[in-house]
Design a protein around this ligand. Structure first.
Ligand SMILES: C[S@@+](CC[C@H](N)C(=O)[O-])C[C@H]1O[C@@H](n2cnc3c(N)ncnc32)[C@H](O)[C@@H]1O
Length: 281
């Protein structure tokens, strides 16, 4: 069978089984089997697929049909234009979380900062910031040791291991110094919305009964850790902005709060900025 035929058949099967982005997913799986980039795939469309590769490809398509995410099958995910290693111990980074990175860059560009990425998972946010902000000191914190092993691989892969400190622990507890910029994509799925056969780790998804329990706990921890003039960026789920802005208002009465929407128009990031303490002269 030619590559073109294998690709078209698998695209059709995935689409018939309601797999979103079937054309792209089929392509990623075939490229994974052949270990080639996109350009090479399209140059080779008329080449024959070897019987062994055809068998492997078929098995991967079956796994995808069984619900396993393509990123776990291929062990790759692109985020902020960078390639990240992922495995089932980490959440698969989502495109909407790039809004956290873009907003963090706007806030941190002009001054050297101490940054903490809370719930770093595979390290996608911390690594993206480390590459853009060579002067920043970055802590990447996660409660899961298995996730931190993945983050370590990504720090090595992108040559930022000397500038990103990986720490295991509960949110801000492992850091003693004041933090200029706290960024967090913590679990925010409501308990009732968790599906039983989810492939991603529960600890990365479960936000408690209302979905906001972890985020709320971080807000409280931040009171003693956020530096004067510092900022905090929180990724939230749909419909959670009111609960979190209300809490931030009560915890940081002088802070400026902004809500940012993602590309789908959904309120996705809450930004809190504290003012500098003005010293009387
Ligand atoms: C939604 S995932 C986000 C992963 C990554 N930042 C991303 O955007 O792809 C949440 C992460 O928070 C971690 N986590 C959950 N509870 C935590 C806690 N109490 N302290 C630190 N990390 C926690 C999970 O292990 C998981 O890696």
């Amino acid at each position: 069978m030619k590559l073109a035929e294998a690709l078209n058949r698998s695209r059709a099967i995935l689409a018939q089984n309601a797999i979103e982005d079937a054309p792209l997913e089929a392509e990623l799986l075939l490229r994974h089997v052949l270990n080639i980039n996109r350009t090479q795939l399209y140059l080779d469309l008329e080449h024959e697929l070897s019987p062994q590769d055809e068998k492997t490809f078929r098995a991967l398509v079956e796994r995808r049909l069984g619900g396993e995410p393509t990123a776990y099958i291929t062990r790759h995910r692109e985020f902020y234009g960078l390639d990240f290693y992922v495995n089932p111990h980490t959440l698969i980074p989502r495109p909407e979380s790039e809004l956290l990175v873009e907003t963090a860059l706007r806030l941190a560009q002009d001054r050297p900062s101490t940054i903490a990425d809370i719930g770093t998972g595979c390290g996608a946010i911390a690594v993206s910031l480390a590459l853009e902000l060579p002067g920043a000191k970055i802590y990447a914190i996660d409660i899961s040791a298995a996730a931190l092993e993945v983050a370590a691989i990504n720090c090595q892969r992108h040559s930022v291991a000397d500038r990103v400190s990986l720490l295991q622990g509960d949110m801000l507890k492992p850091v003693a110094e004041p933090i200029d910029l706290i960024i967090a994509n913590l679990p925010y799925v409501r308990e009732s919305e968790l599906t039983p056969n989810n492939f991603e780790p529960l600890i990365a998804l479960d936000g408690g009964a209302g979905g906001t329990e972890s985020i709320a706990r971080l807000c409280r921890q931040a009171r003693s850790k956020l530096a004067e003039g510092g900022s905090m960026l929180l990724e939230i789920g749909q419909g959670q902005s009111e609960a979190i802005t209300g809490l931030l208002d009560s915890l940081f009465p002088d802070g400026a709060i902004e809500i940012l929407a993602d590309l789908s128009g959904i309120e996705r990031v809450i930004s809190l900025s504290l003012s500098e303490i003005k010293v009387a002269r």
